[in-house]
Design a protein around this ligand. Structure first.
Ligand code: NAD
Length: 431
């Protein structure tokens, strides 16, 4: 099939590369000229394991191309995916202006039937707004359908998630659009759930909210564990073995971040409010998440006593492992706060240091975990990259001014660390 993808970000780029890999003819469009230039020179604008290989391969086989010319891409395609950003406005609602822009362009240039797919995360009833926008700007008066096909990929595992999804959700109002989407996804052999458009839109916000609630729940439990001297890892394991609960998203830590959870939870609260429902449960989820960063800073203050003039090494900046994405990463708030208290920060992250430079000031970036630990009064762990789990702790200890590790992701075994002579502080365990 001929597909146009509007937006070459984490979602658009992965979607474009994967649909090309499945045998479709894909044109991926972005308004960011630099991004398109990079992609045309085989430079990936984001770090995503396995992405480069399939982009390069499908470009070579002429199944995938990149351009800034959205109009031509739309004209030439049967299906148009909207994968542009829906960032939060100041009041927390989703900014849908990028979605509207694409919808208007589609309406102006389309000369034949198109399936227009919302893949960006949008509030319920956006499908109706997109339909209305296209209807009222439909210059050539052609037939079209709107489909909601939310994306559930996880950064760092995006290709695998796209190619082997737990489920594909397709919200459609016409049989014709349903069949086209079914054919498109057929090669994946995955479970497809067909719904109406509004239900599909809600599935995305409800899923992210539920996962965020799971994280906040275990973080609340971690606080009870700390007060009582219990161990949150054991509690999470005991809970997770119950099939009704499941073990994923039960890792206590410094809370969730990233481009999806914080903005989607806030947007869902706003949507509910507008609809006349006060989603207090989600406000509490948010509140616990904010407090978790505060608790972590308190731990650092308690362990170090005076922050001013001290050097703190930081391992991990990205909001989670295997990505370079720094958007709404907890590291931003935590590091800024420590700097405001007078700390000198020296940090290392395997992929996110370039992006971090645009978001954090006065951080000294180091080339590996050992250089980040050198001469510091405490080492804090903010992202659970697997390479950190394998570091030589004895070497780290010798490099540090004081062998104090404050672990915001519980990546080490506390008794092992103590046996190595490390002052070890973690989350939800007896410290
Ligand atoms: P992103 O910011 O990485 O990418 C969006 C891209 O759209 C940018 O490159 C921007 O230049 C481009 N763009 C804006 N207007 C355009 C236009 N008129 N034509 C062409 N391109 C245009 O965002 P993202 O992380 O890919 O997220 C996109 C959407 O998918 C959001 O709604 C997000 O919530 C949702 N989502 C993201 C993830 C994730 O893990 N990042 C997962 C699931 C869903």
């Amino acid at each position: 099939m001929k597909i146009a993808i509007a937006g070459a970000g984490y979602v658009g780029l992965v979607t474009a590369a994967c649909f090309a890999e499945l045998g479709n003819q894909v044109t991926c469009v972005d308004i960011d000229d630099e991004k398109i230039k990079k992609l045309n020179s085989n430079i990936m604008p984001i770090y995503e394991p396995g992405l480069m290989e399939i982009v390069v391969k499908n470009k070579r086989e002429q199944k995938l191309k990149f351009t800034t010319d959205l109009k031509s891409a739309i004209k030439d395609s049967e299906i148009v995916f909207i994968c542009v950003g829906t960032p939060p406005k100041k009041n927390g609602e989703a900014d849908l202006s990028y979605v509207e822009n694409v919808a208007k362009t589609i309406a102006e240039v389309m000369e034949s039937y198109k399936v227009i797919v919302e893949k960006s995360t949008v509030p319920v009833e956006t499908g109706e707004k997109v339909w209305q926008t296209i209807k009222s700007n439909n210059r050539h008066n052609v037939d079209f359908d709107i489909v909601s096909n939310p994306e559930f990929l996880r950064e760092g595992n995006a290709i695998e998630d796209f190619m082997k999804p737990d489920r594909i959700v397709i919200g459609a109002s016409s049989e014709k659009a349903k069949r086209i989407m079914e054919n498109l996804y057929n090669p994946l052999n995955a479970k497809i759930l067909f719904t109406d458009i509004k239900s599909a839109e809600i599935i995305k916000h409800a899923s992210n909210s539920f996962l965020a609630a799971k994280i906040s729940f275990i973080n609340a439990i971690a606080n009870i564990c700390e007060i009582t001297g219990a161990n949150v890892d054991h509690v999470a394991e005991g809970m997770g073995l119950d099939k009704r609960i499941g073990k994923s998203f039960l890792n206590a830590g410094i809370g969730y971040g990233g481009f999806c959870f914080p903005k989607d939870i806030e947007a869902f609260i706003r949507i509910s409010e507008k609809l006349g429902y006060d989603f207090r449960l989600l406000r509490e989820v948010q509140g616990i998440n904010e407090n978790q960063k505060e608790f972590f800073i308190k731990k650092i203050e308690k362990s170090m006593w005076i922050i001013k003039g001290k050097t703190i090494g930081v391992l991990g900046l990205a909001f989670k492992p295997n990505t370079d994405d720094m958007r709404f990463a907890p590291s931003i708030d935590i590091i800024s706060r420590l700097q405001s208290e007078g700390a000198n920060i020296q940090a290392y992250d395997p992929q996110a240091m370039e992006n971090s430079k645009t978001m954090l000031k006065d951080v000294e970036y180091r080339q590996n975990p050992y250089d980040a630990a050198k001469g510091c009064d405490a080492l804090i762990i903010l992202t659970e990259w697997s390479e950190f789990k394998d570091i030589d702790i004895a070497k780290i200890k010798n490099l540090m001014n004081r062998p104090l590790i404050i672990d915001g992701r519980n990546i080490f075994d506390a008794s092992h660390m103590q046996s190595l002579g490390i002052e070890y502080v973690s989350i939800g365990r007896k410290n």
